[in-house]
Design a binder for this molecule. Structure first.
Ligand SMILES: Cc1cc2nc3c(=O)[nH]c(=O)nc-3n(C[C@H](O)[C@H](O)[C@H](O)COP(=O)(O)OP(=O)(O)OC[C@H]3O[C@@H](n4cnc5c(N)ncnc54)[C@H](O)[C@@H]3O)c2cc1C
Length: 467
């Protein structure tokens, strides 16, 4: 690490309760191992923080010594923002404490908690807060950017359910942010990403969920894709708000419920999860098999925690990955034509096209109440996601994403979309993603991080005095 003396590192070690690791030292390799294997950056120093004071000391050290700072929550970010090249990485992985208050319907968790860890603790009380689809994703990055998952239609985004946060600001203050304390910061944290401070604890509202939920998963052949997508756009309008809906272009998984000859072959998927009773769920899904003839179907109760882990094996750590997304208010014929034309172009079985279906509680939430960029009229988030273990195939998979995205943009709401699905970004797309919230976000950034110390994120530059 440039110009950092051994004395300075020794002094930092003496200040923090957690551990400080340089390359080659214990804990370093584990801390810098992130989900996306295509990212090749090596922090000069990792501070494995255990307290807000450790985070404050790390931020002070980095600014004093003039080195770049990165922050790691779950390490899942496609762009690999958890890693600085040569600078100081604040690793929150040791901060995983979770406490649940079932009477108040609240859960608190540390900044390094994963969704699997939070779900396990809340489900012990028959409750949950909306998370993502993969259990080894970090609560932190997913929530700060928004948070889409099975419960989006039932209870809104993860960020809609954040009720308070403990935040270490770049000047070393430890603040509580909520509707009643530092309300501007609290507004910005819910969708504005990691721009404003390091969140060391999240507090979420909980909802009664499970422990058993009802899954219906249907697979269709590529030539049934058009019929399924046209059916789905009408069908989703009638699905009650206690169901999650998911559409995808996939490769059929090598799962026991899929006939062996179909394993890894291209398919389209439609899934409906019922959070109410079995009979109601069966009634909701009945029109699917009345209208269509899936090549595979599985209808089963399953524990909510198993649902949350169902796709984990399809997204192992170390894949080379890239993604771009769009928001759609409608699944128009034009958008469907683009999907049908481009989806067959993927080569890796692990590349896929998840289409998150919104509506319900997502649509009812007050859009202006948080910084989340997407309008509440958006019905679909379409994510074109490339993933391959093979360096030789990576460029072709990236080209598939880029060409697909370019063709889909004319059917979408602008060029900006969900910030957690941006592997690369420029100011125009970030501005477009936040729309008329962008200028307010820049003001909040100027108030809490005027020097843009926290810039390894979908960055919101601080407002200048004249903006
Ligand atoms: C396989 C996979 C599946 C996914 N599925 C979904 C999904 O279903 N729904 C969805 O909405 N998103 C999903 N995502 C996207 C996910 O929301 C983002 O990748 C998110 O950034 C991951 O957060 P993290 O904490 O794991 O990542 P990290 O890489 O650790 O951090 C991401 C960003 O947040 C910042 N950050 C992390 N922790 C903190 C903190 N405590 N305080 C301040 N800033 C912090 C980091 O500096 C970085 O800029 C998925 C991603 C992957 C790779």
């Amino acid at each position: 690490m440039a110009n950092i003396t051994a004395e300075a590192v020794a002094s930092l070690r003496s200040e923090v309760a957690g551990t400080v690791a340089q390359p080659g030292e214990a804990g370093y390799d584990e801390a810098v191992h992130i989900w996306n294997g295509s990212i090749d950056r090596r922090p000069g120093l990792v501070v494995r923080c255990t307290t807000p004071a450790d985070v404050a000391a790390s931020l002070a050290f980095a600014q004093r010594e003039g080195v770049e700072v990165s922050v790691r929550g779950g390490g899942h970010n496609y762009a690999g923002f958890a890693l600085t090249d040569g600078g100081l990485m604040i690793d929150l992985t040791p901060m995983k404490q979770v406490t649940v208050d079932p009477d108040a319907r609240r859960a608190r968790c540390g900044g390094g908690t994963t969704w699997g860890e939070l779900d396990a603790a809340t489900q012990a009380h028959g409750m949950a807060t909306p998370g993502g689809f993969i259990s080894h994703t970090g609560v932190a990055g997913l929530t700060l950017g928004g948070g889409l998952g099975w419960l989006s239609r039932v209870a809104g985004l993860s960020s809609d359910n954040l009720v308070a946060a403990e935040v270490v600001t770049v000047d070393g203050r430890v603040l509580q942010a909520s509707e009643s304390e530092h309300a501007d910061l609290f507004w910005a944290l819910r969708g504005g990403g990691g721009n404003f401070g390091v969140v060391t604890e999240f507090e979420f509202a909980l909802h009664p969920v499970g422990p058993l939920v009802h899954l219906a998963l249907f697979l269709f052949s590529p030539d049934q894709g058009g019929d399924m997508l046209r059916f789905a756009r009408d069908f989703v309008g009638g699905v009650p708000d206690d169901c999650g809906v998911f559409i995808a272009g996939v490769s059929a998984p090598p799962a026991p419920f899929v006939p062996e000859q179909l394993h890894f072959t291209p398919a389209y998927a439609l899934a409906v999860v019922g959070f109410g009773d079995d009979a109601a769920h069966r009634e909701v899904i009945a029109p699917i098999t009345q209208a269509l003839t899936p090549i595979v179907q599985m209808v089963t109760p399953m524990p909510y925690v198993a649902l949350q882990q169902m796709f984990d094996e399809s997204a192992p750590w170390g894949l080379l990955a890239y993604e771009k997304a769009v928001y759609l208010t409608e699944l128009t014929d034009g958008a469907i034509d683009v999907i049908l034309e481009h989806q067959p172009g993927k080569m890796s079985p692990l590349s896929f096209l998840p289409i998150f279906v919104l509506g319900g509680a997502y649509a009812r939430a007050e859009g202006a109440a948080s910084a989340f960029g997407g309008s509440r009229d958006i019905q679909y988030v379409v994510n074109i996601s490339a993933a391959t273990p093979s360096p030789a195939d990576y460029e072709a998979e990236r080209a598939w994403v880029r060409n697909f995205w370019t063709a889909l943009v004319p059917h979408a709401v602008g060029v900006g979309s969900y910030v957690n699905f941006m592997t690369d970004h420029d100011e125009d797309r970030v501005r477009s993603a936040y729309g008329d919230k962008y200028d307010r976000l820049r003001q909040v950034k100027a108030a809490y991080d005027p020097g843009n110390v926290l810039h390894l994120n979908v960055n919101i530059p601080p407002a200048q005095a004249d903006t």
